[in-house]
Ligand binder design. Sequence first.
Ligand code: GTP
Ligand code: SPV
Ligand code: MN
Length: 592
Amino acid sequence: MASTLPALERWVNDVAALTHPAHVHWCDGSQAEYDALVAHMLADGTLIELNQQTHPRCYLHRSDPRDVARVERLTVICHEHEEDAGPNNHWMAPAAAHAKMDALFAGCMRGRTLYVIPYCMGPIDSTLARCGVEITDSPYVVANMRIMTRMGAAAQARIEREGEFVRGLHSVGELDPERRWIMHFPAERLIQSFGSGYGGNALLGKKCHALRIASNQGRDEGWLAEHMLIVGIQNPQGKTHYIAAAFPSACGKTNLAMLIPPEGYRAAGWKVWTVGDDICWMRPGADGRLYAINPEAGFFGVAPGTSAATNPNALATIAHDTIYTNVAVTADNQPWWEGLPGTPVTDWQGRPYDPANGPAAHPNSRFTASARQCPTWSDQAEAPQGVPISAIVFGGRRPNLLPLVMEARDWTHGVLLGAAMGSETTAAAAGAVGVLRRDPMAMKPFCGYHYGDYFAHWLAFDRPGAKLPRVFHVNWFRKGADGRFLWPGFGENLRVLEWMLARVEGSASGMDTPIGTLPRPNELNLAGLKLAPGALDELLAVDRPGWQAELAAIGEYLAGFAPRLPPKLHAEQQRVVAALATPAPRAATAVA
Ligand code: GTP
Ligand code: SPV
Ligand code: MN
């Protein structure tokens, strides 16, 4: 099968002429094709069979040990003008980037098969969905793309009907960390990635297309491409509100998207429905509300920390038909990582496990599984019109200052809360872990254009007729003096979501403070929860001097986006500065 679309046919031929593959395979996305790929990868050692009794059709892939995470240093946005990429991105002129990439791709697929992967990001019949074609020489990438996207014949038919698609060219090359680039050409709707086979560097539908290119498409077409989970919260009366939440990589999106209500909530009839765990595309509907789809069809989730105590839904999802990458293995050949019971015998590199070598599973080890395997997969997750969003949540790993939850006073303040986000870095990207950095809207590694323009795009959604979601900021990662988390997190986070929905429905008054609206202490349902003495006070305190310093740091950070920083956002930061300088009225008892 080739294509009836001349532009697609021509591009594949051009790439083949450049890369010299031994074979060209057009993927149809069928089960038979997947099974054949798996058989081929088992034969050549790319995949290792796991215990088929406990984990039917589950396989392990060990990546090159130098290729275990996204590489932000080598991820580049090639706008014609450097200013359009912004200080938030690495930039290279398109012509120079093309020359560099053409040289790397020349002859790089000799002896290999070139796979053509037509895919659709979003429900195949959704007007919010967008299509792409990835060309790769990695069968591991093909297998992952089949799980993560709507891949194959149906996507190709849509592409041929529409005549438009994002092009993604990928080769693992020699996996040399010094010859590795992830280049984006937004004007050409083109991605070129060389030298890595891992996750966001190689599964081009995910961060490269659905965030970096799509953020440009969304800006042009009036929608938002965000690093957000989407979750439906059904209350005991049967009403479901949808929440979209942006947390940086490895900061809890998958876990919040699949949360299991605490016992008392379950008994009362609360239910949680998973719509997406990583990416959200949103656009205003005819009624003025924002409607969201999950462009993905699967989860590429963090393995470590996933357990029966933290995320039983994820465990159920990945019990079968799952590809594991860089996890450890037990004596009876089951996948293992830190946080699971039992003991590993083989580490993620295939060595006998020795604690002296570090964790058994790589901290960024992951599972790839179809979303349909998730017990809480929403019956609205594939709805072509998307789901209406009632609340947007921002959050990150902040060991201090940031309260458990606060609400923005309006949309502009909400955009400031998002733009001011900070978080400790994690193993999801190469580099130091645990370093606090600003990560506006959790999009620092993924916004495909100047952050100043991006903030302006966000602000522009506030227009006549808009019925925008309320905006919140949460922090599950606040630590006490002993270095332990003050808040138990995971399923207990529903207590905080319940307060947000009470705010949405107008049934909680909250308490105004200079930094936003916080819950009154009696507005959080803490029944059945054992918190350390004083923990709640600390979680909901507003440390005025601390916030004055924080606002100054935020102001300095945002000034780095001048001259493109929207004046409205600067004014909003100044408004909060002024509010913090005003003595607290007597009633606002939580303000120190
Ligand atoms: P990406 O896939 O990288 O975008 O990450 P993610 O945001 O989906 O993160 P994920 O839900 O996989 O969580 C990452 C790590 O944070 C895991 O080890 C979780 O166990 C841990 N985590 C998630 N939620 C919480 C929480 O509420 N509290 C605490 N303390 N840890 C959490
Ligand atoms: C992230 O790093 O935010 C991920 C994993 O979700 S990756 O696909 O590698 O981007
Ligand atoms: Mn992510």
